[in-house]
Ligand binder design. Structure first.
Ligand code: UDX
Length: 471
Protein backbone atom coordinates (compact mmCIF):
# COMPACT_ATOMS: atom_id res chain seq x y z
CA UNK A 1 0.00 0.00 0.00
CA UNK A 2 1.35 3.46 -0.88
CA UNK A 3 1.59 6.24 1.74
CA UNK A 4 -1.78 7.70 2.70
CA UNK A 5 -2.42 11.34 1.85
CA UNK A 6 -4.54 13.71 3.97
CA UNK A 7 -7.32 14.88 1.69
CA UNK A 8 -10.00 17.51 2.14
CA UNK A 9 -13.01 17.28 -0.20
CA UNK A 10 -15.21 20.38 -0.26
CA UNK A 11 -18.79 19.61 -1.29
CA UNK A 12 -20.72 16.42 -0.56
CA UNK A 13 -22.84 16.23 -3.72
CA UNK A 14 -22.55 13.33 -6.19
CA UNK A 15 -18.94 14.02 -7.09
CA UNK A 16 -17.68 15.15 -3.66
CA UNK A 17 -19.28 12.38 -1.64
CA UNK A 18 -18.27 9.63 -4.06
CA UNK A 19 -14.69 10.98 -4.25
CA UNK A 20 -14.48 11.22 -0.44
CA UNK A 21 -15.54 7.63 0.28
CA UNK A 22 -13.50 6.27 -2.63
CA UNK A 23 -10.33 8.07 -1.47
CA UNK A 24 -10.95 6.49 1.94
CA UNK A 25 -11.43 3.11 0.26
CA UNK A 26 -8.04 3.68 -1.42
CA UNK A 27 -6.46 4.09 2.04
CA UNK A 28 -6.33 7.89 2.43
CA UNK A 29 -7.44 10.04 5.36
CA UNK A 30 -10.35 12.15 4.17
CA UNK A 31 -12.27 15.08 5.63
CA UNK A 32 -15.38 15.98 3.63
CA UNK A 33 -16.71 19.50 4.17
CA UNK A 34 -20.18 20.85 3.44
CA UNK A 35 -21.86 24.04 4.67
CA UNK A 36 -25.23 22.26 4.87
CA UNK A 37 -25.41 21.29 8.56
CA UNK A 38 -28.33 18.90 8.13
CA UNK A 39 -26.54 17.03 5.37
CA UNK A 40 -23.37 16.76 7.45
CA UNK A 41 -25.41 15.41 10.38
CA UNK A 42 -27.07 12.83 8.10
CA UNK A 43 -23.70 11.71 6.74
CA UNK A 44 -22.16 11.56 10.22
CA UNK A 45 -24.87 9.18 11.30
CA UNK A 46 -24.24 6.98 8.26
CA UNK A 47 -27.23 8.24 6.24
CA UNK A 48 -26.76 8.52 2.47
CA UNK A 49 -28.57 11.44 0.82
CA UNK A 50 -28.32 10.03 -2.75
CA UNK A 51 -29.27 6.77 -4.41
CA UNK A 52 -25.98 5.24 -5.51
CA UNK A 53 -24.91 1.60 -5.59
CA UNK A 54 -22.10 0.66 -3.11
CA UNK A 55 -22.21 4.08 -1.44
CA UNK A 56 -23.98 2.96 1.77
CA UNK A 57 -21.60 0.01 2.24
CA UNK A 58 -18.43 2.06 1.61
CA UNK A 59 -19.65 4.84 3.88
CA UNK A 60 -20.41 2.29 6.61
CA UNK A 61 -16.96 0.76 6.15
CA UNK A 62 -14.98 4.02 6.40
CA UNK A 63 -17.08 6.42 8.47
CA UNK A 64 -15.11 7.57 11.51
CA UNK A 65 -12.02 5.73 10.27
CA UNK A 66 -10.89 6.93 6.80
CA UNK A 67 -13.59 9.55 6.27
CA UNK A 68 -15.22 12.17 8.48
CA UNK A 69 -17.70 14.96 7.76
CA UNK A 70 -17.63 18.53 9.00
CA UNK A 71 -18.83 22.07 8.33
CA UNK A 72 -15.46 23.46 9.46
CA UNK A 73 -13.68 24.27 6.20
CA UNK A 74 -10.77 26.17 7.75
CA UNK A 75 -9.94 23.35 10.15
CA UNK A 76 -10.08 20.76 7.38
CA UNK A 77 -7.88 22.81 5.02
CA UNK A 78 -5.25 23.29 7.72
CA UNK A 79 -4.98 19.55 8.34
CA UNK A 80 -4.82 18.38 4.70
CA UNK A 81 -2.21 18.29 1.94
CA UNK A 82 -4.67 18.16 -0.97
CA UNK A 83 -7.88 20.20 -1.13
CA UNK A 84 -10.42 18.94 -3.69
CA UNK A 85 -13.12 21.42 -4.68
CA UNK A 86 -16.28 19.55 -5.66
CA UNK A 87 -19.01 22.16 -5.33
CA UNK A 88 -21.77 22.77 -7.87
CA UNK A 89 -21.22 24.75 -11.06
CA UNK A 90 -24.81 25.24 -12.21
CA UNK A 91 -25.77 26.70 -15.56
CA UNK A 92 -26.17 30.48 -15.57
CA UNK A 93 -28.51 32.51 -17.81
CA UNK A 94 -26.00 32.79 -20.67
CA UNK A 95 -25.24 29.05 -20.76
CA UNK A 96 -21.95 29.70 -18.96
CA UNK A 97 -21.19 27.75 -15.79
CA UNK A 98 -21.89 29.77 -12.65
CA UNK A 99 -18.61 29.68 -10.74
CA UNK A 100 -19.70 31.72 -7.73
CA UNK A 101 -19.64 28.68 -5.40
CA UNK A 102 -16.12 27.83 -6.55
CA UNK A 103 -14.97 31.41 -5.98
CA UNK A 104 -16.56 31.57 -2.52
CA UNK A 105 -14.84 28.33 -1.51
CA UNK A 106 -11.45 29.47 -2.85
CA UNK A 107 -11.73 32.74 -0.88
CA UNK A 108 -12.42 30.71 2.26
CA UNK A 109 -9.55 28.31 1.56
CA UNK A 110 -7.23 31.33 1.13
CA UNK A 111 -7.68 32.30 4.79
CA UNK A 112 -6.37 28.95 6.00
CA UNK A 113 -3.38 28.29 3.75
CA UNK A 114 -0.21 28.65 5.77
CA UNK A 115 1.93 25.89 4.26
CA UNK A 116 2.08 24.14 0.86
CA UNK A 117 -1.27 22.78 -0.40
CA UNK A 118 -2.39 21.39 -3.70
CA UNK A 119 -5.80 22.78 -4.61
CA UNK A 120 -7.63 20.51 -7.02
CA UNK A 121 -10.63 21.39 -9.20
CA UNK A 122 -12.86 18.36 -9.28
CA UNK A 123 -16.04 20.22 -10.25
CA UNK A 124 -16.68 20.56 -13.99
CA UNK A 125 -15.30 23.97 -14.81
CA UNK A 126 -14.49 25.92 -17.96
CA UNK A 127 -10.97 26.34 -19.24
CA UNK A 128 -8.85 28.86 -17.30
CA UNK A 129 -10.66 28.25 -14.01
CA UNK A 130 -7.31 27.05 -12.65
CA UNK A 131 -5.89 30.46 -13.52
CA UNK A 132 -8.78 32.23 -11.76
CA UNK A 133 -8.31 30.08 -8.65
CA UNK A 134 -4.64 31.05 -8.62
CA UNK A 135 -5.52 34.76 -8.98
CA UNK A 136 -8.10 34.67 -6.20
CA UNK A 137 -5.57 33.05 -3.88
CA UNK A 138 -2.97 35.67 -4.85
CA UNK A 139 -5.45 38.51 -4.26
CA UNK A 140 -6.12 37.17 -0.79
CA UNK A 141 -2.38 37.41 -0.14
CA UNK A 142 -1.53 33.69 -0.23
CA UNK A 143 2.17 33.22 -0.96
CA UNK A 144 2.63 31.70 -4.44
CA UNK A 145 5.08 29.18 -2.95
CA UNK A 146 2.31 27.86 -0.70
CA UNK A 147 0.06 26.34 -3.33
CA UNK A 148 -0.41 24.78 -6.74
CA UNK A 149 -3.69 24.47 -8.60
CA UNK A 150 -4.48 21.23 -10.39
CA UNK A 151 -7.39 20.16 -12.59
CA UNK A 152 -8.52 16.58 -11.96
CA UNK A 153 -11.87 16.16 -13.72
CA UNK A 154 -14.26 13.40 -12.77
CA UNK A 155 -15.94 11.20 -15.37
CA UNK A 156 -18.28 9.19 -13.15
CA UNK A 157 -21.83 8.37 -14.17
CA UNK A 158 -24.70 8.50 -11.72
CA UNK A 159 -25.79 5.02 -10.73
CA UNK A 160 -22.33 3.51 -11.32
CA UNK A 161 -20.34 6.34 -9.75
CA UNK A 162 -18.39 4.27 -7.21
CA UNK A 163 -17.28 1.66 -9.71
CA UNK A 164 -16.48 4.37 -12.29
CA UNK A 165 -14.29 6.09 -9.70
CA UNK A 166 -12.39 2.97 -8.64
CA UNK A 167 -12.18 1.48 -12.16
CA UNK A 168 -11.74 4.54 -14.36
CA UNK A 169 -11.08 4.45 -18.12
CA UNK A 170 -8.46 7.10 -17.31
CA UNK A 171 -7.42 9.52 -14.60
CA UNK A 172 -6.65 12.98 -15.94
CA UNK A 173 -4.36 15.25 -13.98
CA UNK A 174 -3.74 18.75 -15.29
CA UNK A 175 -0.84 20.12 -13.30
CA UNK A 176 1.53 23.01 -13.92
CA UNK A 177 4.30 21.79 -11.59
CA UNK A 178 6.05 18.49 -11.01
CA UNK A 179 5.47 18.77 -7.25
CA UNK A 180 1.69 18.98 -7.64
CA UNK A 181 1.61 16.22 -10.29
CA UNK A 182 3.54 13.94 -7.94
CA UNK A 183 1.06 14.42 -5.09
CA UNK A 184 -1.85 13.52 -7.38
CA UNK A 185 0.09 10.51 -8.65
CA UNK A 186 0.57 9.44 -5.02
CA UNK A 187 -3.14 9.83 -4.32
CA UNK A 188 -4.11 7.65 -7.29
CA UNK A 189 -1.23 5.18 -6.85
CA UNK A 190 -3.45 2.40 -5.38
CA UNK A 191 -5.39 2.41 -8.68
CA UNK A 192 -2.51 3.08 -11.10
CA UNK A 193 -0.15 0.56 -9.48
CA UNK A 194 -3.01 -1.92 -9.11
CA UNK A 195 -2.48 -2.59 -5.38
CA UNK A 196 -6.10 -1.69 -4.63
CA UNK A 197 -7.43 -4.43 -6.91
CA UNK A 198 -5.43 -7.09 -5.02
CA UNK A 199 -6.78 -6.01 -1.65
CA UNK A 200 -9.31 -8.31 -0.03
CA UNK A 201 -12.77 -6.72 -0.23
CA UNK A 202 -11.82 -4.53 -3.24
CA UNK A 203 -14.86 -3.79 -5.39
CA UNK A 204 -14.50 -5.66 -8.68
CA UNK A 205 -14.66 -3.93 -12.06
CA UNK A 206 -12.77 -3.61 -15.32
CA UNK A 207 -9.39 -2.74 -13.79
CA UNK A 208 -7.16 -5.32 -12.09
CA UNK A 209 -3.64 -5.63 -10.70
CA UNK A 210 -2.57 -6.85 -14.15
CA UNK A 211 -4.45 -4.06 -15.93
CA UNK A 212 -4.51 -1.11 -13.54
CA UNK A 213 -6.02 2.33 -14.16
CA UNK A 214 -4.19 4.66 -16.51
CA UNK A 215 -3.18 8.20 -15.64
CA UNK A 216 -2.66 11.02 -18.10
CA UNK A 217 -0.77 14.11 -16.97
CA UNK A 218 -1.43 17.28 -18.98
CA UNK A 219 -1.51 21.03 -18.51
CA UNK A 220 -4.39 22.37 -16.40
CA UNK A 221 -6.04 23.95 -19.47
CA UNK A 222 -5.92 20.68 -21.40
CA UNK A 223 -7.45 18.79 -18.48
CA UNK A 224 -10.27 21.32 -18.21
CA UNK A 225 -11.00 20.96 -21.91
CA UNK A 226 -10.79 17.14 -21.77
CA UNK A 227 -13.72 17.14 -19.34
CA UNK A 228 -15.96 19.46 -21.37
CA UNK A 229 -15.00 17.85 -24.68
CA UNK A 230 -15.67 14.31 -23.37
CA UNK A 231 -19.19 15.16 -22.24
CA UNK A 232 -19.90 17.16 -25.39
CA UNK A 233 -18.68 14.28 -27.58
CA UNK A 234 -20.86 11.74 -25.78
CA UNK A 235 -23.86 14.07 -26.11
CA UNK A 236 -23.00 14.41 -29.81
CA UNK A 237 -23.04 10.62 -30.24
CA UNK A 238 -26.53 10.48 -28.73
CA UNK A 239 -27.87 13.34 -30.86
CA UNK A 240 -26.29 11.78 -33.94
CA UNK A 241 -27.96 8.42 -33.40
CA UNK A 242 -31.29 10.11 -32.64
CA UNK A 243 -31.07 12.06 -35.91
CA UNK A 244 -30.26 8.84 -37.78
CA UNK A 245 -33.17 7.14 -35.96
CA UNK A 246 -35.60 9.71 -37.32
CA UNK A 247 -34.28 9.12 -40.83
CA UNK A 248 -34.40 5.34 -40.37
CA UNK A 249 -38.03 5.54 -39.43
CA UNK A 250 -39.01 7.30 -42.64
CA UNK A 251 -37.56 4.45 -44.75
CA UNK A 252 -38.68 1.52 -42.54
CA UNK A 253 -35.12 0.73 -41.43
CA UNK A 254 -34.26 -0.35 -37.88
CA UNK A 255 -32.05 1.91 -35.73
CA UNK A 256 -31.01 -0.96 -33.46
CA UNK A 257 -29.49 -2.80 -36.45
CA UNK A 258 -27.99 0.42 -37.72
CA UNK A 259 -26.40 1.27 -34.33
CA UNK A 260 -25.00 -2.27 -34.11
CA UNK A 261 -23.59 -1.93 -37.63
CA UNK A 262 -22.00 1.44 -36.90
CA UNK A 263 -20.74 0.43 -33.46
CA UNK A 264 -18.89 -2.62 -34.77
CA UNK A 265 -16.45 -0.22 -36.41
CA UNK A 266 -13.78 -0.09 -33.69
CA UNK A 267 -13.08 3.53 -34.59
CA UNK A 268 -16.64 4.41 -33.56
CA UNK A 269 -17.45 1.86 -30.83
CA UNK A 270 -20.87 0.62 -29.71
CA UNK A 271 -21.41 2.80 -26.62
CA UNK A 272 -23.68 5.86 -26.41
CA UNK A 273 -25.45 4.93 -29.62
CA UNK A 274 -28.76 4.10 -27.97
CA UNK A 275 -31.53 6.06 -29.64
CA UNK A 276 -34.28 7.33 -27.38
CA UNK A 277 -36.03 10.44 -26.07
CA UNK A 278 -32.79 12.37 -25.77
CA UNK A 279 -30.23 12.88 -23.04
CA UNK A 280 -30.92 14.58 -19.71
CA UNK A 281 -29.25 14.73 -16.32
CA UNK A 282 -27.12 17.23 -14.49
CA UNK A 283 -24.16 17.06 -16.88
CA UNK A 284 -24.76 16.77 -20.62
CA UNK A 285 -27.25 19.65 -21.09
CA UNK A 286 -25.23 21.96 -18.83
CA UNK A 287 -21.82 21.01 -20.17
CA UNK A 288 -22.76 21.25 -23.86
CA UNK A 289 -24.04 24.79 -23.19
CA UNK A 290 -21.01 25.73 -21.10
CA UNK A 291 -18.54 24.38 -23.68
CA UNK A 292 -20.34 26.30 -26.42
CA UNK A 293 -20.06 29.43 -24.30
CA UNK A 294 -16.34 28.87 -23.70
CA UNK A 295 -15.76 28.69 -27.47
CA UNK A 296 -17.83 31.83 -27.99
CA UNK A 297 -15.77 33.67 -25.39
CA UNK A 298 -12.67 32.78 -27.39
CA UNK A 299 -14.28 34.20 -30.54
CA UNK A 300 -15.04 30.76 -32.03
CA UNK A 301 -18.37 29.64 -33.42
CA UNK A 302 -18.71 26.00 -32.30
CA UNK A 303 -22.06 25.68 -34.10
CA UNK A 304 -21.91 21.88 -33.93
CA UNK A 305 -22.66 22.02 -30.20
CA UNK A 306 -25.72 24.17 -30.80
CA UNK A 307 -26.96 21.54 -33.23
CA UNK A 308 -26.36 18.75 -30.67
CA UNK A 309 -28.62 20.63 -28.26
CA UNK A 310 -31.23 21.39 -30.93
CA UNK A 311 -31.53 17.74 -31.96
CA UNK A 312 -31.81 16.73 -28.31
CA UNK A 313 -34.62 19.22 -27.65
CA UNK A 314 -36.40 18.18 -30.85
CA UNK A 315 -36.25 14.51 -29.80
CA UNK A 316 -38.65 15.25 -26.96
CA UNK A 317 -41.10 16.65 -29.55
CA UNK A 318 -40.60 13.56 -31.72
CA UNK A 319 -41.64 11.37 -28.81
CA UNK A 320 -44.54 13.58 -27.78
CA UNK A 321 -45.86 13.51 -31.35
CA UNK A 322 -45.66 9.72 -31.34
CA UNK A 323 -47.89 9.66 -28.26
CA UNK A 324 -50.31 12.09 -29.87
CA UNK A 325 -50.47 10.27 -33.17
CA UNK A 326 -50.99 6.94 -31.40
CA UNK A 327 -53.86 8.25 -29.27
CA UNK A 328 -55.35 10.89 -31.57
CA UNK A 329 -56.57 13.29 -28.86
CA UNK A 330 -55.00 13.56 -25.43
CA UNK A 331 -57.66 15.37 -23.41
CA UNK A 332 -59.36 12.93 -21.04
CA UNK A 333 -57.00 10.04 -21.87
CA UNK A 334 -55.44 8.04 -19.06
CA UNK A 335 -51.74 7.44 -19.72
CA UNK A 336 -49.41 5.18 -17.73
CA UNK A 337 -45.86 6.54 -17.62
CA UNK A 338 -43.01 4.24 -16.63
CA UNK A 339 -40.06 6.28 -15.45
CA UNK A 340 -39.34 9.70 -13.98
CA UNK A 341 -35.54 9.64 -13.56
CA UNK A 342 -33.37 10.92 -16.43
CA UNK A 343 -31.99 7.38 -16.82
CA UNK A 344 -32.20 4.06 -15.00
CA UNK A 345 -30.43 3.29 -11.69
CA UNK A 346 -30.74 6.80 -10.31
CA UNK A 347 -33.29 8.89 -8.44
CA UNK A 348 -32.08 12.03 -10.22
CA UNK A 349 -34.72 13.87 -12.24
CA UNK A 350 -32.66 16.88 -13.29
CA UNK A 351 -33.34 17.74 -16.97
CA UNK A 352 -35.21 14.46 -17.24
CA UNK A 353 -37.02 14.03 -20.57
CA UNK A 354 -39.55 11.90 -18.65
CA UNK A 355 -40.56 14.80 -16.40
CA UNK A 356 -40.86 17.10 -19.39
CA UNK A 357 -43.04 14.62 -21.29
CA UNK A 358 -45.36 14.04 -18.33
CA UNK A 359 -45.73 17.79 -17.78
CA UNK A 360 -46.70 18.27 -21.42
CA UNK A 361 -49.21 15.42 -21.34
CA UNK A 362 -50.93 16.87 -18.25
CA UNK A 363 -50.97 20.32 -19.89
CA UNK A 364 -52.61 18.73 -22.93
CA UNK A 365 -55.44 17.47 -20.71
CA UNK A 366 -54.40 13.84 -20.16
CA UNK A 367 -54.38 12.11 -16.78
CA UNK A 368 -50.98 10.56 -16.12
CA UNK A 369 -50.25 7.74 -13.69
CA UNK A 370 -46.49 7.73 -13.17
CA UNK A 371 -44.21 5.02 -11.80
CA UNK A 372 -40.51 5.00 -10.92
CA UNK A 373 -38.60 2.64 -8.63
CA UNK A 374 -36.59 5.46 -7.00
CA UNK A 375 -37.49 8.95 -8.20
CA UNK A 376 -41.11 9.48 -7.08
CA UNK A 377 -40.27 11.65 -4.06
CA UNK A 378 -38.02 13.92 -6.10
CA UNK A 379 -40.60 14.14 -8.90
CA UNK A 380 -43.36 15.13 -6.45
CA UNK A 381 -41.28 18.15 -5.44
CA UNK A 382 -41.34 19.56 -9.00
CA UNK A 383 -44.63 18.08 -10.27
CA UNK A 384 -46.96 17.88 -7.26
CA UNK A 385 -49.60 15.13 -7.37
CA UNK A 386 -53.09 16.20 -8.48
CA UNK A 387 -56.21 14.64 -9.96
CA UNK A 388 -54.36 14.78 -13.32
CA UNK A 389 -51.06 13.37 -12.04
CA UNK A 390 -51.09 10.29 -9.87
CA UNK A 391 -47.93 8.60 -8.61
CA UNK A 392 -47.91 4.86 -8.10
CA UNK A 393 -45.24 2.57 -6.73
CA UNK A 394 -46.92 -0.51 -8.17
CA UNK A 395 -46.05 -1.16 -11.80
CA UNK A 396 -49.19 -3.01 -12.86
CA UNK A 397 -51.50 -0.71 -10.90
CA UNK A 398 -49.94 2.13 -12.89
CA UNK A 399 -51.04 0.43 -16.12
CA UNK A 400 -54.55 -0.39 -14.86
CA UNK A 401 -57.19 0.85 -17.29
CA UNK A 402 -54.76 3.15 -19.12
CA UNK A 403 -55.32 4.06 -22.78
CA UNK A 404 -51.61 3.56 -23.43
CA UNK A 405 -48.37 2.92 -21.61
CA UNK A 406 -45.19 4.96 -22.13
CA UNK A 407 -41.67 3.81 -21.33
CA UNK A 408 -39.63 6.90 -20.45
CA UNK A 409 -36.67 5.62 -18.42
CA UNK A 410 -34.40 2.64 -19.07
CA UNK A 411 -34.80 0.93 -15.70
CA UNK A 412 -33.88 -2.77 -15.95
CA UNK A 413 -37.21 -3.85 -14.50
CA UNK A 414 -39.03 -2.11 -17.36
CA UNK A 415 -37.31 -4.41 -19.84
CA UNK A 416 -38.67 -7.49 -18.02
CA UNK A 417 -42.35 -6.65 -17.79
CA UNK A 418 -44.90 -9.45 -17.46
CA UNK A 419 -46.42 -8.73 -20.87
CA UNK A 420 -49.62 -10.84 -20.59
CA UNK A 421 -50.35 -9.25 -17.21
CA UNK A 422 -49.67 -5.80 -18.62
CA UNK A 423 -51.96 -6.51 -21.56
CA UNK A 424 -54.77 -7.47 -19.20
CA UNK A 425 -54.24 -4.34 -17.09
CA UNK A 426 -54.28 -1.83 -19.94
CA UNK A 427 -57.53 -0.56 -21.43
CA UNK A 428 -55.93 -0.62 -24.87
CA UNK A 429 -52.72 -2.59 -25.47
CA UNK A 430 -50.66 0.31 -26.79
CA UNK A 431 -47.04 0.82 -25.74
CA UNK A 432 -44.97 3.80 -26.81
CA UNK A 433 -41.40 3.05 -25.86
CA UNK A 434 -38.96 5.97 -25.72
CA UNK A 435 -36.09 3.66 -24.78
CA UNK A 436 -36.38 0.78 -27.27
CA UNK A 437 -36.44 -1.84 -24.53
CA UNK A 438 -38.35 -4.48 -26.57
CA UNK A 439 -38.26 -6.11 -29.97
CA UNK A 440 -41.18 -4.88 -32.11
CA UNK A 441 -42.12 -8.40 -33.37
CA UNK A 442 -42.21 -9.77 -29.83
CA UNK A 443 -44.63 -7.03 -28.85
CA UNK A 444 -47.04 -7.61 -31.72
CA UNK A 445 -46.95 -11.36 -30.96
CA UNK A 446 -48.01 -10.43 -27.44
CA UNK A 447 -50.95 -8.46 -28.83
CA UNK A 448 -49.58 -4.95 -28.45
CA UNK A 449 -49.43 -2.01 -30.76
CA UNK A 450 -45.83 -1.05 -30.19
CA UNK A 451 -44.30 2.26 -31.19
CA UNK A 452 -40.61 2.89 -30.52
CA UNK A 453 -37.77 5.10 -31.76
CA UNK A 454 -36.21 4.67 -35.20
CA UNK A 455 -38.00 1.39 -35.94
CA UNK A 456 -41.19 0.51 -37.76
CA UNK A 457 -44.19 0.37 -35.42
CA UNK A 458 -45.79 -3.06 -35.04
CA UNK A 459 -49.45 -3.68 -34.50
CA UNK A 460 -51.77 -5.91 -32.62
CA UNK A 461 -52.46 -8.62 -35.21
CA UNK A 462 -56.26 -8.34 -34.97
CA UNK A 463 -56.33 -4.60 -35.57
CA UNK A 464 -53.69 -4.68 -38.30
CA UNK A 465 -51.62 -1.80 -39.59
CA UNK A 466 -53.53 1.49 -39.73
CA UNK A 467 -53.20 3.94 -42.60
CA UNK A 468 -50.27 6.28 -42.26
CA UNK A 469 -51.50 9.72 -41.27
CA UNK A 470 -49.64 12.99 -41.43
CA UNK A 471 -50.53 14.94 -38.28
C1 UDX B 1 -22.49 11.72 -17.75
C2 UDX B 1 -21.15 11.15 -18.27
O1 UDX B 1 -21.36 9.83 -18.80
C3 UDX B 1 -20.10 11.14 -17.17
O2 UDX B 1 -18.86 10.72 -17.68
C4 UDX B 1 -19.97 12.55 -16.59
O3 UDX B 1 -19.05 12.57 -15.53
C5 UDX B 1 -21.33 13.06 -16.12
O4 UDX B 1 -22.28 13.00 -17.20
P1 UDX B 1 -24.56 10.79 -16.34
O5 UDX B 1 -25.18 12.14 -16.54
O6 UDX B 1 -24.60 10.16 -14.99
O7 UDX B 1 -23.01 10.81 -16.77
O8 UDX B 1 -25.33 9.79 -17.33
P2 UDX B 1 -25.03 8.96 -18.64
O9 UDX B 1 -25.10 7.52 -18.31
O10 UDX B 1 -23.84 9.43 -19.35
O11 UDX B 1 -26.35 9.32 -19.50
C6 UDX B 1 -26.66 10.68 -19.82
C7 UDX B 1 -27.95 10.77 -20.57
O12 UDX B 1 -27.81 10.26 -21.88
C8 UDX B 1 -29.11 9.99 -19.95
O13 UDX B 1 -30.30 10.75 -20.07
C9 UDX B 1 -29.19 8.73 -20.80
O14 UDX B 1 -30.47 8.16 -20.80
C10 UDX B 1 -28.81 9.28 -22.16
N1 UDX B 1 -28.24 8.29 -23.07
C11 UDX B 1 -27.06 7.68 -22.78
C12 UDX B 1 -28.88 8.01 -24.27
O15 UDX B 1 -29.95 8.55 -24.57
N2 UDX B 1 -28.30 7.12 -25.14
C13 UDX B 1 -27.12 6.51 -24.87
O16 UDX B 1 -26.67 5.72 -25.72
C14 UDX B 1 -26.48 6.79 -23.66
Amino acid sequence: MSTPVSICVIGSGYVGLVAAVCFAEMGHQVICVDNDKTKVETLRSGGVPIYEEHLPELLGKHLGRGVEFTTDLAGAVEKCAAIFIAVGTPQGDTGAADLSYVEAVVSEIARSVTDYKVIVEKSTVPVYTNEWVRRVLNRHGVDAAHFDVVSNPEFLREGTAIIDFLHPDRIVVGAGTERAAQLLQRIYAPLTSGTYYDQSGALPGVCSAAQPARILVTSAQSAEIIKHASNAFLALKISFINAVANLAETVDADIEDIAAGIGLDSRIGPKFLRAGIGYGGSCFPKDVAAFHYVAQQQGLNFQLLEEVRRINDAQRDVFFNKVRSSLWTLRGKRIAALGLAFKGDTDDIRESPAIDTIKRLVEAGATVVAHDPAAIDRAKAVLPPSDKLIYSSDLYETAQNADALLILTDWKEYSKLDLPRLNRALRFPIIIDGRNLYKPEEMSDQGFTYVSIGRPATYNAQQGKPKKLVL
